[in-house]
Design a protein. Sequence first.
Length: 765
Amino acid sequence: SSSSSGAYVPGKCVPDGLYVTPGVESNYCDVYDEEGREKMGGKTRRVIGYFTGWRTGKGADGKQVAGAPRFLAGDVPWDKLTHINYAFAHVASDNTVSVGDMYPGNSTIGMEWDDVPGAEMDPEYDYKGHFNLLNKYKKQYPHVKTLISIGGWAETGGHFPENGQGDRVEDGGFYTMTMNGNSINHAGIETFANSTVDFLRKYGFDGADIDYEYPSTMEDAGNPLDFTFSNAAAAGMMAAYDELMRVLREKLDEAGAEDGTHYMLTIASPSSGYLLRGQEVMQSAKYWDYVNIMTYDLHGAWNAFVGPNAALFDNGIDSELESWGSYADVFGGIGYLNTDWAYHYFRGSMPAGRINIGVPYYSRGWQGVTGGTNGLWGLGTFPNQSNCQPGTGSTADCGNGAMGINNLWHDIDPATGLEVGAGASPMWHNMNLEQGIFGDYLGYYNIVEEDFVGTYERHYAEDMVAPWLWNNDTKVFLSTEDTESIAAKAQYVIDKGIGGIMFWEMAGDYGWNEGKQQYEIGSDMTNLMSDMFASAAPYGNKTAEIEMPLEQIDVSVVFSDFQLGDSNYPITPTVKITNNTDVEIPKGAEFYFDMGTTAPSSNMGIQEGGAIALVTDGSNSGGGNKGGLENNFHRFKLDLKAFIAPGATHSLVLKYYLPVSMPSNWVVKFGEGKKAMELALQQEHPFKPAVDLSRIGACDEDFDISGLTEAPNWLNTGWNGEPTNASSGQMYTYQGEVWLAKGWTADLPVYTDQWGEWEKVCTIQ
């Protein structure tokens, strides 16, 4: 699309903290208003639904299958949505973006539904399938943006054949596209980024959503089929991920400038503190228009601990966290398997409006559960621990995932061809279980009425905002969502100023079929959140809660040298502060920054390179995070105890115990009294005016230099009356600057470390 908003103005319409490609005039005002908030057809919060390509209602022969649930573009509640993420494209073996070839059975670009009203193909497009229909309906609902989601659980480290037939191609996907061994694969990234631009243009998408699951250095993170690639690539993974995001952002910005729009770059991020610990800090967040946090899969049958799939809050008694000792004092009593913790992780470095929380439209569950309260916090332990299902039991006893009637949306174990137990079912099916209804679709899943055993009683943990079903006869626990939990989560989004809600996936929502007296695919939950958002105030568009300085200085902060995997406890990154100016950052400069409250403030420290002091403690008044974190930030002050010469870097080593995203809202303070200056950092605020560097380190107006000697005309004289060296503790002038000699020296004043012979005092004005 194009905009009539006029000429490009640097910084105009750019969301707070979003990276802007230097020298590129991408038309941000086509997508964002002048306050940097997204234009969404008058809507103020995002409602983002994943649309999957495989719910076609057809079999391998291309014919409709009786009872097979179908979800096409005409079934989308378009008026309730703001964005649709199409799942999935994949990384092909040549590192390009692909959805396969255009054969009739390819649901994405080849399939047709001649007998379905509203599914007639639009002849404007030279492809068919879901892509044709999505673009057909976008004409009627132009406020809805579509993004192509690339990757996903099944296709992050491989992909299915181009013709849709046969076994998964195990070629490494994102892992090999971004990396050669532990080094960055620049050529692969370049190919992928160029291909992404071509793909958006060809199929009419508004952006790319990267569903890389997962770039985390934790061992065995992600799909078990990918462990060969992910574990081997751990050492260089995050550097390659950051480079992927930078190149994608710049290529999309360049394309936006050419096409008169702004192409969006978003990601689906994990939410568990365990996986995020392996993602170091989110230095790549500046490249994303927004993040969709997958705030689900927080408990599941990969282990035996029975808990909510997607609790909003921690309640202080999560049995899995208790088993790891994760409520210990060193962690501040903070529980990290909940939506609120994950939101605050990103809020530590991003505006609320560039964050969306995730909601699952599917269940997770166990069978054979023992203990707990109606199953909650009990154990669902797999009977044969020597024969666990794929991807389970790596860090604890593997779980006994619910199966059969409790597991309609299950995966298949590629090694055996058998059902993987997970308790994964759409919400419309679970609503029928709760009401004791045997749906007419169950024949498609080879389930007979005799399989419906016992009763499913709904329970609701208000302190966690977590509903579940408990079948006391079969000892089955199913963690669910419904309109009560959705209403609470939507209100949370409104209250926090969050950008919106993303959900996986649209075909899991429910609605009541009066004629059939059963629940089916519908939009009750989506409608509710959309209607609640209709009167919501605009989302939060600033990262900082403090008043940031009006001027900025080109000082950069980079985090590096994280330990890998389970060696990263405590978390001890090197922080490199680089002076990119041509003036000295004086020794007395103070550096202030915010750190997200997802890590406790009490044991944040510096191992070397300076000193740190807590300025504002954002910890909950009662400790821990039961019921949610009360504040977004702790604020700290760094004393580097050293100056930073022009072009030089000062390194320090931080230490903390739970993951945080990139520390933010940096302020550098110089001088005192009338000469006091407070400056933001250019890397966070590139559109603020740069400080007049001559003001930094300038001598006071009343500073008397008349009695100072110009080096090397030393005051000290030798036996022959000639000057020999500077006197310790004396000040000298040299090339327009005042220097203090810290020792007896004949060397001219030069920049050295804090142990050197000279210290710069000020610049003569």
